[in-house]
Write a protein that binds this ligand. Sequence first.
Ligand code: ATP
Ligand code: MG
Length: 563
Amino acid sequence: MSSDTPLSAPTPRHFIQQIVDADLAAGKHAVVATRFPPEPNGYLHVGHAKSICLNFGLALEFKGRCHLRMDDTNPTKEDIEYVDSIKEDVRWLGFDWHEHYYQASDYFDRMHADAIKLIKLGKAFVCHLTLEQMNAYRGDHKTPGKNSPTRDASIEENLALFEKMTRGEIDEGKAVLRAKIDMASPNFHLRDPIIYRIRKTSHHNTGDKWCVYPMYDYAHPLEDAYEGITHSICTLEFEVHRPFYDWLLRTLDTPAKPQQIEFARLNLTYTVMSKRRLLELVQEKRVTSWDDPRMPTISGMRRRGYTPAAIRKFCETIGVTKHNSLTDVALLEHAIREDLNKTSPRFMAVLDPVRLVIENYPSDQVEHLEAQNNPEDPAAGSRQVPFSKTLLIERADFMEIPEKKYFRLTPGQEVRLRWGYFVTCTGCKKDAAGNITEVTCTYDPATRGGDSADGRKVKGTIHWVSEAHAGDVEVRLYDRLFSHENLNDLPDDADWRNFLNPTSLKVIRGFVEPELLKLNPSTRVQFERTGYFCVDAKDSQAGKPVFNRTVGLRDSWAKQITK
Ligand code: ATP
Ligand code: MG
């Protein structure tokens, strides 16, 4: 675990913890072994984080082990770039697989030998039906399937044919190896499923060694069994695959018999979570990359400014159940706000500037005012902020004709400049078109630091930067990538791309206190009264940070739960 926040076991215990408790109490296993088995065909997303926290979390809790296993049985879509990103993301989330790093492709020899074993047991056969024929033979819910014409060929014939497939002597699509189970089973996954197919494609790990590759449903139970996994946790859609999982391990009589347990996947509002769709977003350049800060990928969230602790906390909060549901993305945003509120230093930055001139402040004077870095954390210390006659403030902090209960700058009203002085607004200047170009005020030198000696109170405090000292930086205001709440619920003819939020990114110039120019990439800060921001890890240069907005300050989730 990383040191930032310990992962505490959620209470009450979820159903998988209860299963493990019972298994240990019954002496079924000595050591708990779980695994996280991504297919390296894309970057990990926050749904994967749920699975990572669950699997690695169980291993930590029960002092067992959790394997990281690349489920790389499909040679056509996988890439070493994905393998590297997956390792980086799991580590960044704070988990460690120790020596237990595996690749499904390392087991190809063993899987092949087990396929031969199935043939010898009379439990697998080579089939020459085309895919269309196979579909027609499969039957439907009412009609049992029909046996393949070669289903009852002899073991010798099948061994010879599988050998030919393996040597590359049969063309792609002309033969497959199928398990011989039951064409009348109400479970389609037991109607003689395909377990090996011909693919004359190089694999990123095994190169050109193989012309036949195992199907996922065949490979996965074997990987679990070879590694001695005790609890093989997957998402609900695999429930109907479980009978085949169990059939295979029983038929091969593997020494280990892992138990498959299904839980509900994470779905988030305003988000797509399938790797296929995320890949399309990247390929169609609707985002800049897999780690675009708008992506629900772990790398995107990292770049946006999310912390591992906040993601873990979110996963703990949503819990583990067997019911598919849609989680409000506001809950994820709540988790990051809560974490950043405790940990991020505060700074002042003006994102929509107008000039504020202090008429009675000496023109050539510059003061360095002390500002506390984090009022939530005295240990965070303080810094100096330059102050001068001409400042920049937010345009919204001045109103010539104020609305009701407007406590900020308006002619005649006194406000506090954060860490600075009380100032009283005297008016404003406008250009020929009537736009406000400058707000004017006077200051009370006796209020240095932001408190009056006579106990006089002001209702408003605003942030500012000194114009001459401010850094001029690029700020990226990120919003939700989609404008539609439930992307799993679209009508069949709707294209999910039509629901992309056209204003998911706004790039603006911000004016920031000089201290902010010194920050290293990936540093997270709060811009007071505005939001949490993170120095972009890719596009920032020394002295020229680019700031990504992680999340605004307003918490719609906290509002919902206190309603
Ligand atoms: P996708 O549908 O995004 O392509 P996948 O399930 O095909 O996802 P894998 O790489 O096979 O992607 O996933 C690795 C593990 O992560 C699996 O055990 C899977 O159950 C789990 N997982 C994937 N998506 C989610 C999700 N949204 N919520 C929880 N667990 C998930
Ligand atoms: Mg999968």
